[in-house]
Write a protein that binds this ligand. Structure first.
Ligand SMILES: *[C@@H]1O[C@H](CO)[C@@H](O)[C@H](O)[C@H]1NC(C)=O
Ligand SMILES: *[C@@H]1O[C@H](CO)[C@@H](O)[C@H](O)[C@H]1NC(C)=O
Length: 298
């Protein structure tokens, strides 16, 4: 430490002497000060060093406090540049899992695809069956937005829906609507758009609110925001395809995903028995119209 001070002193005095020499003739008062200057320089250097030490101490202490705070917020913030992180009561359910995506096309289809069947309807419904959850008052107080308490009954709390479940409910609505439009009963003159004056009315009346154009339009935009929010930066790749005889883009790569099973487990353990759903969609066990496709299963 002392060595550093004396060496920087040396630098100062060496570099300052030529400039004093050049100013000698121009500024006489400066010359008188020049005798006093070394003393004040020592004091200034001393203060500078003290303030540097103080700065280092402050930075070290602050860094320790910030990393401690990040540790409390969970794994997720470790590699995150942003220091802002909103509270979620399900943050402890977060776990990262490397997952390979399916191509979902040309033989890579999953069980969730194809025209609605009892089997795939059940699979879809299972992904968001526990979307209505409740949390404690203490947890509710930490939310950035307020939420409603449930009516009092044993185990009641404050109602929330984790957004991933709203997204899945939206995708399921879009899936059912897509196939609903492909139904044999529709033709060029007789279809959900022409049945009523307004297309919203047609699908709403036939398929329930969830299948209305208004709801589907809402879903597409909710999914847009969610996808942009989550910003999956996993690189898809280009590789030669023997089958196609050309270089093609591949989506069957590995992603670092939030373990969905863990989130479902959290939802199951916080499930609210209230029959609330988004909008006025069919309750579990009911069909949206006289068609088993849309029956929401337990
Ligand atoms: C949630 O909080 C934001 C920020 O304060 C506010 O703009 C928004 O209206 C709130 N939404 C609800 C539903 O409370
Ligand atoms: C369309 O379907 C309706 C109802 O089944 C039927 O009355 C009508 O003749 C069909 N129109 C055409 C062009 O096939």
């Amino acid at each position: 430490m002392y060595d550093k001070i004396s060496s920087s002193e040396g630098l100062l005095s060496r570099s300052s002497s030529p400039s004093f020499a050049s100013e000698e003739k121009l500024e006489i008062p400066r010359r008188r000060n020049a005798q006093v200057l070394p003393k004040t320089t020592y004091i200034l250097i001393g203060l500078l060093v003290l303030s540097l030490i103080a700065n280092v101490v402050v930075v070290v202490v602050l860094n320790a406090a910030i990393s401690k705070a990040n540790g409390l917020l969970g794994d997720e913030t470790r590699n995150c540049k942003s220091q802002t992180k909103l509270y979620s009561p399900a943050q402890d359910a977060l776990e990262y899992k490397v997952t390979k995506f399916e191509s979902s096309i040309y033989g890579g289809e999953t069980e969730y695809q194809g025209p609605p069947t009892e089997h795939n309807n059940r699979l879809w419904k299972q992904t968001y069956a526990h979307m209505n959850t409740h949390i404690t008052e203490e947890e509710a107080k930490q939310l950035p937005n307020k939420t409603m308490p449930e009516p009092p009954y044993e185990g009641s709390g404050y109602l929330i829906v984790l957004n991933v479940f709203h997204d899945l409910h939206c995708i399921d609505s879009l899936r059912l609507a897509l196939y609903y439009f492909l139904d044999d009963q529709w033709n060029s003159t007789y279809n959900p758009y022409t049945l009523f004056e307004h297309p919203d009315d047609a699908l709403w009346a036939k398929g329930g609110r969830d299948l209305s154009i208004m709801h589907l339009d809402h879903c597409i935009d909710a999914l847009r925001q969610s996808t942009q929010c989550n910003g999956d930066i996993t690189p898809n790749v280009y590789q030669w395809s023997e089958k196609w005889g050309e270089v093609r883009a591949w989506a069957t790569v590995v992603h670092e995903c939030r373990n969905f099973d863990n989130i479902v487990d959290w939802a199951k353990s916080h499930y609210s028995r209230l029959p609330f759903a988004f909008g006025d969609g069919p309750a579990v066990g009911k069909c949206a119209w006289d068609d088993p496709w849309t029956c929401l299963l337990d």
